[in-house]
Design a protein around this ligand. Structure first.
Ligand code: M1P
Length: 212
């Protein structure tokens, strides 16, 4: 950070990736990189993306560690200051094997008992920072996905399942549930959203933190 002698090192701007620095799942433009480089002369800059680091590099380039002071992938579960790793965390580490097994055994039985009109494969996707659970199965086709969404609106399948899991495990394991897409819902430890990365800035003593 000493390459920028005249900048305000007490102010940092953090940028979301998809839909902010880049189009959704797209690549960053030269204009945006130039604007970031100019801003970096004045204040500290960082990225906070929901995707993992390889995907963030596909979008922002392999030089992302050179162009930003901080790089937070998976909302900060993977964290870098320059090229120095600040740490990493996973859903498995948060849960521990015993709690995870208890949760999965219950959820798999619940899924088996669901009377979904069409069932395909990959009902539970194990991601590094979350679980994604789908009553129809993630490898359904596009038309099957659309049909499930309609059926789910009437049957309230996901809503009912989430209410059940939340009551049984929400407080016990500190989990947040979120129905975002068409065929599934996500669950992750409380606080593992975009604010997760802020824990790495606590010791840096910033006066102002902007998030875009
Ligand atoms: O971005 C919203 C959701 O998109 C997908 O959901 P679905 O496959 O149900 O449409 C998933 O990637 C999910 O994790 C995500 O929250």
């Amino acid at each position: 950070m000493s390459n920028f002698p005249n900048r305000d090192n007490k102010t940092i701007a953090l940028f979301d990736v998809d839909g902010t620095l880049t189009p959704a799942r797209g690549e960053v433009s030269k204009e945006v990189l130039d604007a970031i480089a100019a801003l970096r002369e004045k204040i500290v800059v960082g990225t906070v993306g929901g995707s993992d680091l390889p995907k963030q590099k596909e979008q922002l380039g392999d030089s992302v560690h050179d162009n930003f002071d901080f790089v937070f992938a998976e909302n900060g579960l993977t964290a870098f200051k320059g090229t120095e790793s600040l740490g990493s965390n996973t859903f498995l580490q948060h849960m521990g094997e015993d709690n995870l097994r208890e949760f999965l055994n219950y959820t798999l039985k619940y899924l088996a008992n669901l009377d979904v009109p069409q069932k395909r494969g990959t009902f539970i996707e194990f991601r590094s920072g979350m679980l994604n659970i789908s009553p129809i199965g993630r490898n359904c086709s596009r038309p099957e996905r659309n049909d499930f969404e309609k059926w789910d609106k009437e049957s309230k399948c996901r809503e009912t399942m989430v209410a059940d899991l939340r009551e049984k495990f929400g407080e016990k394991f500190g989990l947040t549930f979120s129905i975002g897409g068409q065929i599934s819902f996500d669950l992750f430890p409380n606080g593992w959203d975009k604010t997760y990365c802020l824990r790495y800035l606590e010791n840096e003593d910033y006066d102002k933190i902007y998030f875009f």
